[in-house]
Write a protein that binds this ligand. Structure first.
Ligand SMILES: [Zn+2]
Length: 402
């Protein structure tokens, strides 16, 4: 799993070399053959041969680069043909369902999103929303190579079963096979992978966003719950069955409230959206989706309750992050979802707690930044996951006339 900056040394074999080249242009964008040679560590003739092969398959093309500022002939560059094929990315959140078709290079072809109310979170309503949205984005001329589904739940990686999604009210939902059925009804026969929304968000930020080139990072996404994705030594940390990274349920306050998971004083009960609204004296319901903005605006204007809410949630965030920093010693903490917007106001209480609760040197080198892909991170991460087989050599099946 490359970050784009530090390529793995090429593994043996032509297929592995082809992956290395395709992955470079997929993640880094247009590159000259000379740059590809340097970045991949392959020799020039191998790079030329692979670029020619990938070109013949319609996956990359060579052409003139954008004009350079330095004098001299602009070198030709290799770039992906993003329209050659696509994957379908699906995000199932509490407040919305979103679908996109995404090509090589992370190019979003088409995207559709529908908001929904809390009465329509059941599996059947979700399926019909996915079916409608998918039908609106799928282009029959572009082969769909796979589908990645990001869901706010705990997912068994092996078979794509959502074991538990407390905020959706789901338990043991066979989401991968249900989605395969939904797509088959639309005439699309492809593999489907299901993962946790924050794990996919972390993958996207790691490959294309704020955490590019960082091998050790913590991604935290705050909304109704707290989702987390961890990248350790360049690899996602998912645990034995895929349930790892449920950092929203780290117990931080033994005297805290009961959590949706059944536990008590979980991190998300102290630092999630509900906690921010509660401390600010606001109702928990957020029908217009602007409750967080209103609290932040009130805090900026000097409102006492709002300021106290920002400080309290920032402090709990810092306490939880201190624990993670002590364990993982990440270079970077990427805050997504609601936290991307609240970070400027919460940075100070977060830092104070991190300094107080980390062991000396561990927090010194840890930067805290806002996510750069915004709300699209889980969709883009799901697409990255579904594109993996293409990087590894999977190609569209040629259409055969019956
Ligand atoms: Zn919990």
């Amino acid at each position: 799993m490359l970050s784009g900056e530090q390529p793995h040394p090429p593994r043996g074999g032509r297929r592995a070399s082809a992956r290395t080249v395709l992955e470079q242009v997929h993640l880094a964008g247009p590159l000259s053959r000379a740059e590809l040679t340097r970045l991949t560590g392959l020799n020039r003739s191998t790079v030329k041969g692979i670029v020619d092969e990938l070109g013949a398959e319609g996956l990359v093309m060579e052409g003139a680069a954008e004009p350079r500022k330095t004098p001299g002939r602009p070198s030709r560059v290799v770039r992906v043909c993003s329209e050659r094929l696509a994957v379908l990315a699906v995000e199932i959140a509490v407040d919305f369902v979103a679908v996109a078709t995404v090509g090589l290079g992370g190019t979003v072809h088409r995207q559709a999103r529908v908001s929904r109310s809390r009465e329509h979170l059941d599996v059947e309503s979700t399926r019909s929303a996915v079916r409608e949205l998918a039908a609106s984005v799928i282009d029959a001329r572009v082969p769909i190579m796979g589908a990645g589904v990001a869901v706010v739940g705990i997912v068994r990686r092996g078979d794509g079963v959502v074991r538990l999604a407390p905020n959706l009210g789901w338990r043991d939902v066979e989401l991968a096979s249900l989605t395969r059925g939904t797509l088959a009804a639309l005439g699309v026969d492809c593999p489907v992978w299901v993962g946790n929304e924050a794990d996919f968000g972390a993958l996207a930020e790691h490959r294309r966003g704020a955490a590019r080139a960082h091998a050790n990072m913590v991604y935290l996404s705050g909304e109704v719950g707290i989702g987390g994705g961890l990248i350790v030594d360049g690899q996602p940390l998912v645990g034995a069955a895929g349930y790892g990274g449920e950092i929203g349920h780290i117990p931080v306050n033994p005297d805290g409230r009961t959590c949706g998971c059944g536990g008590q004083g979980c991190w998300e009960t102290e630092a999630g959206k509900a906690a921010l609204l509660r401390h600010a004296g606001q109702p928990a319901e957020d029908p217009h989706g602007d409750a967080v903005e209103r609290v932040m605006a009130a805090a900026a204007a000097g409102d006492e309750a709002a300021t106290a809410a920002v400080d309290a949630v920032g402090a709990w965030l810092g306490i939880g992050l201190a624990g993670l920093v002590n364990i993982l010693n990440p270079e970077l903490i990427v805050l997504g979802g609601m936290y991307g917007r609240t970070l400027p106001a919460m940075r100070q209480p977060i830092r104070e707690r991190m300094t107080r609760h980390t062991i000396g040197p561990t927090a010194e080198g840890t930067a805290i930044v806002a996510a750069s892909l915004g709300l699209d991170a889980p969709l883009l991460g799901a697409a990255e996951f579904a594109l993996e087989p293409v990087l590894d050599g999977a190609r569209p099946v040629p259409l055969v006339d019956a």
